[in-house]
Design a protein around this ligand. Structure first.
Ligand code: SF4
Length: 370
């Protein structure tokens, strides 16, 4: 299989999004975020393109302004805000960097790496020569910055480093001097990390698994924080119904059922809270009076003490194991397993995840307030 890094990434975020974009090839207009991000990338590329004299800030702003596309914004106010944000990014970039001193080896350089029988391709924004090694940089126009831990485990950077090492295999011995960075241009902040041999090996296995899954055609929708920016909400079973024009007009009965269901669940929640409060008041009275039943014209409330017992696991095991019956009753405690998982390495976590098998399927209805 030949696949781009962005396609692989898309599958990892949401397999259904991947299907819409890369298999069904549904055409969607470019979002304003995508258009803005592309122009910022192109301006940074313009700034660093080798020339006798590096472009001045005014020339970079001129490039940005000449290539500006205001059509994607909802109104003038939104467009103006985005334009001035772009200007701020470029100004800050010039303030924070001495352009003429940056030693660039590659800009927007395309790569291909082999993973088993597959080829993954993509584009690296920038590779710099540093004092003692190299730095691979990916520009980000996102507002939110990730934690250092996330950058240390960022899959994209590891893939980019692998691509770099395919091109410069002699640099493998200097792995600790090869930096990988995400440059958040809106904040003017760069988060930097390095990778180990083990990281590189793990990423290969991980991606081979993802490619295999794509081959098995598993395209479940996965709701995630990027859904708000997904161009396929109109097609997605998780969101399609949100768009009034997509709803069938002859479903009055269903629409009423939806409204009533939400209201009934709301009422049930209030009643549960009310019952708990009333129960407390009655229980306090019973304690005070030393009675276990209270009477009214509508009925009798009686309370009974319920005790729940649990078996001592070690003692139980001692008895059942010699009888060869222990395995038959020993079910995995998922809560305990979750706590243990939090303490394990990612590779062990992945192995444990792989042991999961489908047990049974059922639907749960949850209500989320808009
Ligand atoms: S809207 Fe969310 S769940 Fe639906 S396809 Fe897009 S990313 Fe996936």
């Amino acid at each position: 299989m030949r696949i781009s890094y962005s396609a692989l990434n898309s599958y990892q975020i949401c397999p259904l999004k991947y299907k819409f974009q890369y298999i069904d090839k549904i055409k969607t207009p470019k979002s304003k975020e995508a258009v803005f991000g592309t122009l910022i990338h192109s301006t940074l590329n313009f700034i660093h393109t080798p020339a006798i004299l590096a472009p001045s800030m005014e020339q970079a702003l001129d490039h940005f302004s000449k290539n500006w596309n205001g059509d994607v914004f909802a109104d003038e106010l939104e467009e103006r805000a985005a334009f001035s944000q772009g200007v701020d990014i470029i100004r800050r970039y010039y303030n924070d960097n001495d352009i003429s001193k940056i030693n660039i080896v590659a800009l927007e350089s395309s790569f291909q790496i082999k993973l088993g029988d597959h080829v993954v391709n993509g584009i690296v924004d920038r590779i710099d020569r540093t004092e003692d090694g190299y730095e691979i940089i990916d520009y980000k126009t996102a507002k939110k910055m990730p934690s250092q831990e996330k950058v240390d485990n960022d899959v994209q950077l590891t893939i980019y480093l692998q691509a770099f090492l395919d091109r410069y295999p002699e640099e493998r011995k200097n792995l600790d001097k090869l930096k990988v960075s995400l440059y958040f241009v809106k904040h003017g902040a760069k988060l930097t990390s390095t990778r180990t041999e083990e990281d590189l090996k793990n990423i290969e296995n991980k991606f081979l698994e993802v490619i295999e899954k794509i081959g098995e055609s598993e395209f479940e929708p996965v709701i995630n924080p990027l859904c708000d920016w997904c161009d396929f909400q109109n097609n997605c079973p998780m969101w399609r119904h949100k768009f009034k024009e997509e709803r069938k007009i002859d479903t009055k009965e269903v629409n009423e059922a939806i409204e009533e269901y939400i209201k009934a669940k709301d009422d049930a929640k209030h009643i549960r809270t009310k019952i708990a409060k009333l129960q407390n008041t009655v229980a306090e009275y019973m304690n005070q009076e030393g009675v276990e039943r209270v009477f009214s014209e509508n009925g009798i409330i009686a309370r009974t003490l319920k005790k729940t017992y649990k078996y001592n696991e070690n003692k139980l095991r001692e008895i059942l194991e010699p009888l060869d019956k222990w395995d038959a009753i020993n079910k995995v405690n998922t809560t305990a397993l979750k706590n243990v998982l939090a303490t394990l390495d990612n590779s062990v976590k992945d192995q444990i995840e792989e042991t999961k098998e489908l047990d049974k399927e059922s639907f749960a209805f949850n209500i989320k307030k808009q």
